[in-house]
Design a protein around this ligand. Sequence first.
Ligand code: CP
Length: 313
Amino acid sequence: MKNFLSIEDVTDLKGLVNEALAFKHAPFSQPDLGNNKTLGLIFMNPSLRTRLSTQQAAYQLGMQVIVMNMNQDSWQLEFQDGTVMDGGTAEHVKEAAAVISQYCDVIGIRTFAGLQDVTADYQETVLNKFVAHAQVPVISLESATLHPLQSLADMVTIQEHQKSHKPKVVLTWAPHPRALPQAVANSFLQWAKQWDCELVLTHPPGYELAPEFTNGVEVIHQQDLALQDADFVYTKNWSSYQSYGQVLTKDPSWMITSEKMSLTNQGKFMHCLPLRRNVVASDEVVDQSLVVKQAHNRLFAAQAVLAQILNNE
Ligand code: CP
């Protein structure tokens, strides 16, 4: 694996999931793989799970880790070519990515959608510029449109908890007070489409995701109907793609409750976290959910990806 930016960088999904599970059973099985190698983690946005799990994953492989909060601790970056940089930006990504590559053997970068310019976000302008000018492998720690480390951890969690060969997996929109990116939902669809499952998507009108992610996915607009007999209820808010970045509704009837979970096949509630309790899902649902197990699996997902990059498999 050269970079890890999306599922397209994965040649064997089941193999990668099994590698993550192998690290879960033996976290220190390859303690020297990353000896004398440094992972640089660049955060342009906040994080709890990604920051801590990826650092710990690197330590378990013997790597050193450098973390930088780019927007707070560094110079403001310019991403456009040919710009007269006489405004707020002080350093061009051309130099920044190249310089970070002098100190690090692998770079992870988190860069959320701005939710202002759909073209810039969906072309992954920031991530792609960074990759273009980096001289070492790059791992997405969540980009404008995708969150592949989360999706890998989600597939690991489904693998561990599925009771049949072809579980029913429902991705449902849920309300949220703020406009959030579509990255987790897009990415989950990409990965779940390659998993052997019955995949159903449900959301209110106006929350359709980009067709490149929903092509071939069954969409049911009545949430109660979609949840029938579900084995997994993956819940996430996202802002509108068509009315880009807008919050069209905060309809509380889309919150996941125990009553809704009772429609499922004793289904498991999943969410990437952070989660606003009693807005996205009720306390009872969250307390009986897989959310902490998913977060735990972030560690082994990151470890498997780092191992493949270090081995350049
Ligand atoms: N799920 C996830 O990526 O969590 P953080 O934003 O806290 O890293």
